[in-house]
Ligand binder design. Structure first.
Ligand SMILES: [Zn+2]
Length: 192
């Protein structure tokens, strides 16, 4: 058994937009404004209201740049509140997922045909760290989080994504709230 401590990042609900949907919402040739650079892209200044069968959620973050397909990443609690049956999927795996209504502050809206997912928890590992753990792409590992504040938890089914400069675990807010306390959180990846 091999273990490795890795930083944990918790992502709140957010939307990635296709260029087509950006233009439907904001106008022809529109480019999202960069509010803050993050790994692999940026948080946009623009925000959206997402509306499901049961309710709306306002001021949802958009992450740029534009992607091939519009993707709405929700925590399971968000999906339940909105009334959408979002499946647990890896980013980009959108076939057969439910759509939702997206509305910009200018009043323009778009009904997506698909795109709502609950992101499958995963760990990005550098090539070096993957070798240390002896794990392969798409393998499942466990993740133990114990911040010493009575919320110790071991997650199974954490999928390995190899590549990128820095190793980091990505959880959603349900998972983060269940196990992490405070802003900084470190987990231990456990590979058989
Ligand atoms: Zn990720």
């Amino acid at each position: 058994m091999a273990t490795l401590d890795v930083n944990v990042e918790v992502s709140a609900r957010h939307v990635h937009l296709s260029q087509e949907d950006i233009e439907k919402l904001f106008g022809a040739g529109y480019e999202l404004k960069v509010k803050k650079e993050i790994a692999g892209g940026f948080v946009a200044e623009e925000r959206l209201t997402i509306t499901g069968p049961k309710r709306s959620m306002e001021r949802v973050a958009i992450l740029g740049p534009a992607r091939k397909g519009t993707q709405i990443e929700l925590a399971a609690t968000d999906a339940r509140s909105l009334g959408v049956d979002a499946p647990i999927r890896l980013s980009g795996d959108l076939a057969g997922t439910p759509g939702i209504k997206l509305t910009a502050e200018n009043g323009n809206s778009v009904e997506t045909e698909a795109g709502c997912i609950v992101a499958q928890r995963h760990v990005h590992l550098s090539e070096e760290d993957a070798a240390k753990l002896g794990v392969e792409q798409n393998q499942n590992v466990d993740l133990k989080i114990d911040t010493g504040k009575k919320r110790a938890l071991v997650f199974g089914d954490v999928i390995v994504r190899i590549g990128g400069p820095v190793s980091v675990v990505h959880l959603d807010t349900d998972e983060g709230n269940a196990a992490c306390t405070g802003r900084a959180c470190v987990g231990t990846v456990i590979a058989e």
